[in-house]
Design a protein around this ligand. Sequence first.
Ligand code: ZN
Ligand code: ZN
Length: 257
Amino acid sequence: MINFCNLYSGSSGNCTYVASEETRILVDAGVSCNKIIKALDEIGVDIDEIDAIIISHEHIDHTRGLTTLCKKHHIPVYANRRTWNMIESLNVPDTCRLVFSTSQEFEIGDFTIYPFPIPHDAVEPCGFSLYSEGKKITITTDIGHITEGTLHQLECSDILLLEANYDTETLKCGPYPYQLKKRIMSDSGHLSNEEASKAISYLSKNNCQNIVLGHLSKENNFPELAYQTVMNEITQNGNICNLSVASRDFVDPMITL
Ligand SMILES: [Zn+2]
Ligand SMILES: [Zn+2]
């Protein structure tokens, strides 16, 4: 049995729980240690039962809780070497630091994890596919655009968490400074609802049946708008999938496979 639960999602902090019968993993730790403990408590998991944390990239909305989590709870943290160099100031104890190489599989308990490169304005950002018990869970947020290779990597995910960061019109008309808008919309920024919907329309007919939209912008998106934009594209193409939107500050219902 595989359990997946979005604990936090968005620019204020990201943390996702993925577990098999034997192994419990957090993908990113972008909110405080206390908030992570509280969210895990809601799903009946003790922080000391977490086997490892894997880090997608160095931005603070993915790493905020690391220092306290490691100092107090000694949880092993996996990141690639360049990301570790970028988060040196977080002073994660040496005993908790583990290194993976992007594009090389590694094991945590009964999970095999494949970190794949994604375009984003961080030093070496990754998405992750986690495999266990014959299932594939893929988590990829903070992705400026979707390449052919990435799309292929997302295929056949039993659960996919994909970014739908902004609605283009809302962003363009919104209060952000021009340079920031440009950064978000660039190929190494974030993914729009429209871009996500095109990818998901393809993926929903390529064996992705549970898709969660995540990392929504608070200022430049609305959960209903993201959902409708993607759902319209899926149904127009005659496809179906279980689509949901990850909450920013609330623990979402567990998805169990
Ligand atoms: Zn982020
Ligand atoms: Zn980021």
